[in-house]
Design a protein around this ligand. Structure first.
Ligand code: RIB
Ligand code: CA
Length: 313
């Protein structure tokens, strides 16, 4: 079967980094490029981190393009308290030698979608949706050319993780999220409701460390740093491994369950800014615009991740 062409838009972040490694190690996917956005940490750091991670993955063939350094219409909010001051705290990676592609992320997304056969490229946003919204604004024709947008973001049954009602990626740029969810592009959404089931327990981290390769040690160290915030907050063993759920769904959709829903994004209210209002019980009669993932086979997910990481150095 031909590999699935994807572009990952990301704000690394340890969980983004692990998603990048999973994609890089999976021959079912053709990683056309990585685009970076401000989110967990400012753009300069998310871009440096993306270069470090692709170098670690041995994927110097993949173009990396820097994108938006702030949301569309609100000040940037970052998450160093979760990811650390570099965004990849937990282990020190060497300065990358892998060069940055000079194209802006939005130009790269538009160019790639126009050059590739319509309906073949999947976009995988793992951070705020600013780059995706900008691309749709600048080139409305690409909406019909995107195969699907598979994103990590939002929440409903689990509430929010930045405010009681909003998840970080959506909270940072609610207007961008609104424009993506109303774009008409097919969407698969991995909200907190599913990612909170993918917990980095001690046993799962040990299995990754036991791989014995450099990547296994790095990923285990990232997980141990990244989980501490959520372990303290939620009082459980392990933290939710959000972004790799996007890549795992592409590889093994049968690990996940969910349903088609109407999803709207709050952009105006101070109290509920960035809330994803998921019509799980179809009470609004509004049209479906997203496939919402609700549960994951966590053992199957970590088994897949561990097996793929074993293929890297
Ligand atoms: O709320 C979790 C999301 O916000 C993840 O994508 C994490 O990397 C941060 O970007
Ligand atoms: Ca992210």
């Amino acid at each position: 079967m031909k590999p699935l062409p994807i572009i990952i838009d990301t704000d690394p972040g340890q969980d983004d980094a692990i998603a990048l490694l999973l994609a890089a190690a999976s021959p079912e996917l053709e990683l056309l490029g990585v685009t970076t956005v401000a989110g967990n940490v400012p753009l300069a750091l998310t871009t440096l981190n993306a270069r470090k991670v692709l170098e670690l993955a041995g994927r110097r063939d993949v173009p990396i393009c820097a994108g938006a350094d702030r949301p569309l219409d609100v000040p940037l909010v970052t998450a160093e308290h979760v990811h650390g001051d570099t965004g990849l705290n937990g282990v020190e990676l060497p300065e990358p030698t892998l060069a940055l592609d000079p194209r802006h992320a939005v130009a790269f997304i538009v160019q790639t979608l126009r050059e590739r056969e319509a309906g073949t490229v999947t976009l995988c946003p793992l951070g705020p949706l600013t780059n995706i919204a900008l691309a749709l604004r600048q080139a409305p024709d690409i909406a019909a050319r995107i195969r699907r947008i598979v994103l990590m973001g939002g929440g409903f049954f689990e509430g929010g993780n930045v405010t009681p009602s909003a998840e970080f990626n959506i909270y940072v740029d609610p207007q961008a999220a609104h424009e993506v969810f109303t774009s008409g592009v097919p969407i698969t959404m991995a909200p907190l409701d599913v990612t909170h089931e993918a917990l980095t327990t001690a046993a799962r981290i040990e299995a990754i460390r036991a791989l014995g390769n450099r990547v296994g040690g790095v990923v285990a160290a990232w997980m141990e740093f990244f989980e501490r915030f959520d372990e303290q907050k939620y009082g459980q063993d392990g933290g939710p491994l959000h972004d790799p759920c996007v890549i795992a769904w592409l590889l093994r959709p049968e690990l996940f369950t969910g349903r088609d829903c109407n999803v709207r994004v709050e952009t105006l209210s101070e109290l509920t800014r960035g809330m994803t209002v998921i019509d799980w019980w179809s009470v609004t009669g509004l049209p479906v615009n997203a496939q919402v993932l609700r549960h994951v086979d966590a053992d199957g997910f970590f088994g897949l991740l561990t097996e793929r990481l074993s293929a890297l150095q």
